[in-house]
Design a protein around this ligand. Sequence first.
Ligand code: NDP
Length: 470
Amino acid sequence: QKTDFGIIGLAVMGRSLALNMADHGFKVGGYNRSRMVTEDLVKEHPHENFIPFYELEELVRSQERPRKFLIMVKAGKPVDLVIDQLVPLLDEGDMILDGGNSFFEDTIRREKSLKEKGINYFGTGVSGGEKGARFGPSIMPGGDMEAYGHVAPVLEAIAAKAQGEPCCAYMGPDGAGHYVKMVHNGIEYADMQLIAEAYLLLKYVGGCSNREMADIFDEWNRMELKSYLIGITAGIFREKDDLSDQELLDMILDSAGQKGTGRWTSLESLKQGVNVSMITAACNARIMSNRVDPRKAAQSLFVSPEKKQPADKKAFGEQVRNGLYTAKIIAYAQGFELLAHASGEYGWNLDYGRIAAIFRAGCIIQADFLDDITHAFEKNPGLTNLMLDPFFLEKINAGQESLRHILAMAIINGIPVPAMSQAAAYLDASRGMPVGANLIQAQRDCFGAHTYERIDREGNFHHEWRLTDA
Ligand code: NDP
């Protein structure tokens, strides 16, 4: 049987994308290393446009040139192993897309080595989890711009649609697509952490019940914070437990895992010399959350601060909403600044407005707010930091007092809010407040003769420090 597209790896993501393509009228050939997975898929979801293959050679033979394959296997070594099996069967001009969460440096390496063999390789970020993959993900392809034309019709057909536009766009050469996906995931970490901090504030400072928080989040979801994550959180507050008569959220362990894309973003930002402190704070918050036993054991060791409740619960809720929105702007400003820096460093020419536009549907961070980001970059493509866009500047100036107030309440009450704290620190360092680096320069010159710069004249100076006692 002839096929239009081959998918290698039919686990959760691969099978969902295969069925999505099949729904859109493409003849999809599917192959999985373990035969049983393919058999189960055909049994559970038979589809006239999905054709199972049990030999890679046969899948390759089923296509006209240029052939197109999507690899959807576990990131890392398995991707190289699949490429090694596939490439000897291919001809020049054939195309391989890697839709997994591959590290962008691996993608750069693979693209380069396959280009030498005449194969077009696309590192393709796919966001939206199983449901997104099945019914419309956000897709971030990176590779050769001309070759992209061969796969664009398929990718754009299966992508989510926002205001009728596909949430899929060519990102740039080699690792650009996987880089954007990595930063997307980093922003997702910060977004989720900020919402978790808003929950802690409402619950432990504002004294709100899950029921009340569900209503508050429903209300927020009709305003500027409207987003997929706020929407599902409202529903989570209402969820009943199947195993007890409690509300489910209260029965879930206060400890969250991480797979690594947030950490990659954080490590990469340090390499680039860009501050994404809120993403790093979100990674660290998960690390702290994993210390379940030590945290429990320490409860009796440390004195708890005296509780201070807000005078007006409703007004406090409004401050949390404003503070959360302000901090969210700052998190996105950090993420997009990292993209801008990487774009220059790797020569990708990323289009930030377009990137925000393809996040508007299909992915976890989808939100109305992304339209405002697109507008900001459309108005000023050279914008260096989102906080400086007039729309966001006004929002930050209006919301910063709420952010400071809820932070003060969190600290007084002993509630950890690391991402919101980093938002305020980043804002204050950005808005020209002293950051204490004059003293750091002095210390460095004093102990290591590293020299220092002055405010009244150019050049590097060294001072013979006398360090006299009182
Ligand atoms: P997994 O990451 O769980 O990977 C399982 C698949 O990889 C199976 O098809 C498995 O084959 C195959 N595989 C593993 N090792 C090899 C190997 N050495 N050779 C050939 N095939 C191998 O699957 P998911 O569907 O969850 O994810 C696929 C990719 O998409 C990953 O990179 C993931 O990070 C990314 N992703 C996942 C999302 C999600 O929500 N799950 C969301 C967005 C991206 P076998 O059946 O034979 O073991």
